[in-house]
Design a protein around this ligand. Structure first.
Ligand code: ADE
Length: 483
């Protein structure tokens, strides 16, 4: 990540950023800092860059031309790519107050230009031409933007891969999930008659984790009750017979929250239970695409989930052909049941009938897109909390006619079968007879979970014809779409 800082006091920024963790990151090249002295672009022999304000009043105003020339010296046209104006952040108490979601979003840019003002401010006309974001670091006034720029760089850098070591990027820290961090202790065990809490000395990691979570909530309740209101329990309810959807939903959910709850709807027992969600919860619903639709099972998928104007995100994971009506179907179903779909995503996952389609997906690039989507969802949650949630628009028919899918040819080698019954237990739709181990085709989803779980290799399938067709027509990797 490269920071360009336009300032009248470059040494102030250089000194701060070259110190400690950001200093180490500058040395090892994960960060780069380029300060530009606006005074170098003065057009007079006294090197002045400020002048009296039109209309009178106290203080001086920074002139537009030196600021513009300083900006131009770093804002090369291809800097942001695709002809976009490069992201230029003006640090000002009149900006949006910086928070962790904004920090995470800025960290996804490759380069940022920070503009620091001084005196009474900067001529409005150049701000209109170059600034893309107005950011404040808090409701108080500093003598200039430099310290704010340093705070900004420090906070953003922590999200840049490689800046923090594994130890430093602790799994649970202040401000993630709108909870404050639990208290920390180190040696000695007793200090000034104060003892380290007993639970931390016993080495029971489950207990320690539970205690820390409790402390976190309690501390937030006491010190920042305003944050606690924003803390939502996120549940990811997914149907994933062969694990592709599960992987995609886990990647997304873990970018979103440190403390997710997973609900595996492939387990018949969990589908029979009724799950209720309040308006303070958050749901992620994920399913694979079968023939352009949701898998068609007896009790429709997600029908056991009930919201109360609960915000949710839907995910339709597909094997690089198309998601067709799946997102629309999911949205319709969930909104009928009290959820508000604030976002939707269609990631590509390995196709169950082809070794080529969706191979290795989600890959690195996908993960970056999924992360971008997660940050976008955090922003929508924050905006929704203030102004109410709005339902997203997705393509497709919400009530498509059920599709008759041609069953895949399956084989069963009884001689190899060890009668372990795993296929029976793991079949998400109870399509395998416990007694005969025969597949009931009227129920079978052709999800191939039975083949995947059979350690003895007794079950197989032949889908070479479908695979040929798919590989001929859909081999070009699709990019993840989100709404
Ligand atoms: N410049 C002066 N005060 C500031 C603040 N609070 N945030 C960002 N930039 C500033």
């Amino acid at each position: 990540m490269k920071f360009h800082v336009l300032t009248l006091f470059p040494e102030m920024v250089e000194n701060a950023v070259h110190t400690s963790i950001t200093g180490r990151a500058l040395k090892n090249g994960t960060l780069s800092l380029h300060t530009v002295n606006i005074r170098d672009f003065s057009d007079n022999k006294h090197m002045r860059v400020d002048d009296y304000p039109y209309g009178g009043g106290a203080g001086m105003v920074m002139q537009p031309e030196p600021v513009f020339q300083a900006w131009k010296s770093v804002a090369c046209p291809d800097h942001a790519g695709r002809g976009k104006k490069p992201r230029c952040i003006y640090l000002t108490p009149q900006g949006i107050v910086l928070n962790q979601t904004m920090v995470e979003e800025f960290a996804m840019e490759e380069e940022l230009i920070l503009l620091c003002g001084h005196y009474e401010g900067i001529d409005e006309r150049v701000l209109e031409e170059v600034v893309t974001d107005y950011v404040s670091i808090g409701d108080y006034v500093l003598t200039g933007g430099e310290l704010a720029a340093c705070v900004f760089i420090d906070a953003v850098s922590r999200f840049v891969p490689g800046v923090l070591s594994n130890e430093e990027s602790s799994q649970f820290e202040s401000m993630q999930d709108h909870l404050l961090e639990y208290p920390h202790y180190t040696r000695p065990e007793a200090w000034h008659d104060r003892k380290v809490p007993e639970v931390l000395l016993q080495g029971d990691h489950r207990k320690i984790q539970a205690w820390r979570q409790e402390q976190s909530v309690e501390r937030t309740r006491q010190r920042r009750p305003d944050l606690l209101e924003k803390n939502r329990q996120a549940t990811a309810a997914f149907f994933s017979p062969t694990g592709g959807t599960r992987r995609a939903v886990e990647i997304f959910t873990e970018f979103l929250t440190q403390n997710p709850r997973y609900l595996d709807l492939g387990r018949r027992k969990l589908r029979k239970e009724k799950w209720k969600f309040s308006s303070g919860d958050f749901l992620v619903a994920a399913a694979p695409v079968y023939g352009g639709q949701l898998p068609d099972i007896q009790e429709p998928l997600f029908s056991n989930l009930h919201g109360e104007k609960t915000p949710c995100v839907i995910m339709a994971a597909y094997g690089n052909r198309h998601y067709d009506d799946t997102l629309a179907q999911m949205q319709y179903r969930l909104e009928e049941q009290g959820f508000i779909c604030i976002g939707a995503i269609a990631p590509v996952i390995p196709h169950i009938y082809s070794d080529i389609l969706g191979k290795g997906r989600p890959d690195e690039k996908d993960i970056r897109i999924i992360r971008k989507f997660a940050v976008e969802i955090k922003k929508r949650l924050e905006t929704g909390e203030q102004y109410g949630f709005t339902s997203v628009k997705v393509p497709g028919n919400p009530l498509p006619a059920p599709k008759q899918m041609k069953p895949v040819e399956k084989s069963f080698d009884r001689a190899r079968c060890t009668k372990c019954q795993v296929c029976v237990q793991r079949c998400p739709v109870n399509a395998i007879s416990q007694e005969t181990l025969q597949i009931r085709e009227d129920r079978c989803l052709n999800c191939m979970s039975c083949v995947k779980v059979c350690k003895a290799g007794a079950r197989g399938y032949d889908c070479s014809q479908v695979a040929d067709y798919l590989e001929k027509n859909y081999s070009v990797p699709k990019e993840i779409q989100f709404f």
